[in-house]
Design a protein around this ligand. Sequence first.
Ligand SMILES: Nc1ncnc2c1ncn2[C@@H]1O[C@H](COP(=O)(O)OP(=O)(O)OP(=O)(O)O)[C@@H](O)[C@H]1O
Ligand SMILES: [Mg+2]
Length: 426
Amino acid sequence: MHFGFIKEVAMKHERLIVGLDVGTTKVSAVVGEIISSGNGNGDAPGSIKILGVGTSASRGIRKGVVTNIESSASAIREAVLEAEKITGIQINAVHLGITGGHIHCISSHGVIAVKEKEIGQKEIENVIDSAKAVAIPFDREILHIIPEGYAVNGQEGITDPRGMGGVRLETNVQIVSGDATSIQNLIRSCKKAGLEVIEAVYQPLASADAILTEDEKDLGVAMIDVGGGTTEVSFFREGSFCHSAVLAIGGNNFTNDVAIGMRISTREAEYIKKKYGCTLLTLTKDDEEVEIGYDEGSTTRKIPRRYLVEILQPRAEELFSLIKEELIAKGLQKSLNSGVVLTGGGVLMQGMDVMAENILELPVRMGSPVNNGGDAGINGNPCYSTGVGLMIYGAEEFLPEYGYERDHMLYGTMSKIKTWMSGKFK
Ligand SMILES: Nc1ncnc2c1ncn2[C@@H]1O[C@H](COP(=O)(O)OP(=O)(O)OP(=O)(O)O)[C@@H](O)[C@H]1O
Ligand SMILES: [Mg+2]
């Protein structure tokens, strides 16, 4: 969904972009710039660089849905103020990440008869329009329409049919839509925080930009983002996004399990989980102990670490089994030649990668933002994949204005669609 106005932050400074990730646990505002010509620091022209990040503890948002506009607006403002302080740049507009159980991805088929001698942009617009003509309920908003490829006269696997001859043009598109009220409430929170939303972007599409390689997307990959409130699982193949689902389980469920299982506060459970958490009994030693009982009024005591792992392991098994079901239901297991990339703060727990490998029966690697400048707190930290990805996603849309090619075919394609649909982007 595109709002058509590129506000001061982009206009005034031209090269500045801000990605805003309003997560269940933290809000992060990532400020970045496009290097338009040699800046004397050795940065390559056309590259995208992080200038700074502001974060705040999330409030008034749960699993991607705003529960209190005032609270979410103040958390957003806090993160943005910090980013402004760090970078010295006034932030007026952002690329906003959207997620939550209300997001649906459906695939749709479009077909048209080609009347002209040659397939041109108009035919592509028409075939996408015909694929778009599925009934989307009035209370849903379309966030993205992503063509997976084209077929001309039944010949499949065509990435760009323009200039070709043929009488029948077909396409398969992924339509990503969300509940209109949920999307608008998050946009309202941003407005209350004094920010314009340049574009609302489904989070995994942005994260993919920060952590997946072109090869992985070409060969087939599943990206799993385990956040605080939700886990998004997204699939890419032949260079394109092909499916995604949002599961209502995240790192906070692990924390709650520990709090209930050990009868300690959520705050202490979060601390214990981060410090000693592990999801595989086989990775722990029999004599390992954990100290608990820091809450006011309780006394500290030592318990075998095994007890903690016995609480965390079933939750991790549940999470990856649900992901496996999704994978099988969509018939994707065989097409994931590059395996699985794990990201989001929830995967920092020891054993998550091994558990994913065992249950999904695919090779697994950890994914986090790298080599975008910025400080060490961002680089290599999977909690920032979405924020950095949103910034890169936004920046990539401006690259052609500076005469640079986009690296990413996915976003090239998406932006072209936006151009055709809205007539706003060049
Ligand atoms: N070192 C760690 N070990 C275990 N879990 C961790 C660690 N660091 C962060 N987490 C967990 O990661 C989760 C937060 O991850 P992240 O910052 O990616 O979420 P978010 O973007 O705020 O939430 P969401 O994506 O669900 O909206 C929390 O549940 C937190 O407990
Ligand atoms: Mg997140």
